[in-house]
Each structure stands twice: as C-alpha cells, then as structure tokens.
Design a protein around this ligand. Sequence first.
Ligand SMILES: Nc1ncnc2c1ncn2[C@@H]1O[C@H](COP(=O)(O)OP(=O)(O)OP(=O)(O)O)[C@@H](O)[C@H]1O
Ligand SMILES: [Mg+2]
Length: 219
Amino acid sequence: MDLSSLNSQQREAVEHMDGPCCVVAGAGSGKTRVLTYRVANLVERGIPAQNILAVTFTRKAAGEMQERLQPLIGDAALEDLNVGTFHSICYRILRDEWRASSQPAFEPAQEGWQKRTIKKILDDINLDMDISHMLGFISWQKNNLITPEMPLDLLGAPAFMEERLRQVYRLYEQAKQQERKLDFDDMLLWCYQMLKEDARIRSKYQDQFKYILVDEFQD
Ligand SMILES: Nc1ncnc2c1ncn2[C@@H]1O[C@H](COP(=O)(O)OP(=O)(O)OP(=O)(O)O)[C@@H](O)[C@H]1O
Ligand SMILES: [Mg+2]
C-alpha cells in the first residue's frame, strides 16, 4: 500500500488496525482521505471487505466515499464492502432480516405520502396544524426513542395539547403499518430496536462488522 501521499499523522491513523481510533482535524484537512486509505489498508492486510462497515450521513458523502475507494481497492472488494448512509445500512439490515424470516418487506414512505396521510388525519380529527410541523414533531419523538405510548416531548407546546398530538402520532403509525410503509426515522429506530431485542441477530452483525469507520462524525 503506497502511503507516500499521506502526511505522518494521516499515515498513523491509516495504519491503525484494532481498537478505537478518533481523528479530529479541520475542514478539508484530509479526514475522508484517511478513512478511505484506512479501508484500503485493512483490505490489503487481509481483512475481508465484508467485515468492514464504512458509514456516513448524507447520500452525497456516501457516493463520494465509494468513488474514492474504487481506485484504491477495485470493484470486487468494493462490492463486498458495506458502505452507505446510516439510513441505507439500517434499511439493508432490516430487509435482509425480513427476507431471512420470510416476512414481507416494508417500503419507504415518500414525503408526498407522509404529507397526504398527516393532512387526512388532521382533517379527520379536526385539528388545525401545519403538516410539516406535525411531521417534524413526530420525527423528533422517534429520534428520541419516544413511542406513542410514552410521555411525549412537547417541544414547547402546551400540556393540554399532548393527547391530541399523541392521537395524530398514533394514527400516523397505524396508517404506515396498514400500508406496510416505513419512514426514514423508522429505518434507524426499527433497526436499533431489532438489534437491541434480538441477541442472535445482534451477535451476527457484531461478528460481521469487525471494523466500523464513520465519516462526518460531527453531524
Ligand atoms: N496528504 C495530502 N497530500 C495531498 N493532498 C491531500 C492530502 N490529504 C488530503 N489531500 C487532499 O485534500 C482535499 C481534501 O481532503 P478530504 O476530502 O479527505 O478532507 P476532509 O477533511 O474529509 O474534508 P471535509 O472537511 O470537507 O470533509 C482532497 O482533494 C484530498 O485529496
Ligand atoms: Mg470529508
């Protein structure tokens, strides 16, 4: 592996093998370069590409990571490597597990579907609220692992609103379930719940993902 295009600190991070390693460096200083070279170095040292998980936050960054990895490791290793956004990796795990247990898959709910569904719910229960705000409210609950049965984070809304907001949240979840859809927050939440609750599945992915590399960690 030719590391001559890296400075000494980059090289130290790239050559790190086992255990945690955190790279703190400014914008444009070569963090993604370190990450891609580290993946290549692991592959060259004999770590099977399927044991490496490279994850980032946006589709654009994940695409860029793939583009930069291709010349370093080639198409065959890239094929085996697990690279993507948190959402795509989680959705892939969910789909693989649904397939393995012969369950029909849930399809991603598009934004248009989400808005139509919330509008219908608000109309049905006669609640005058901004649709995007309501979706943001639900998203916030999920990202804080708050399900409709739990006390909600009201985000400044008055306490007397809680039961109405809960009703919208619950009806939205029911509509999604009925149409076998999942939203972007569900991809993370359901995957988290599955890994937390099912020790067999959890240990399967613990064994598989021996090296986990996260880019854009500050996001
Ligand atoms: N040691 C180096 N020698 C020459 N060029 C380098 C070196 N390290 C990084 N670069 C180049 O600098 C540019 C920025 O690198 P990179 O994208 O890896 O930085 P980054 O820290 O991930 O940036 P961002 O903060 O935008 O995510 C790229 O064009 C990269 O090829
Ligand atoms: Mg970067």
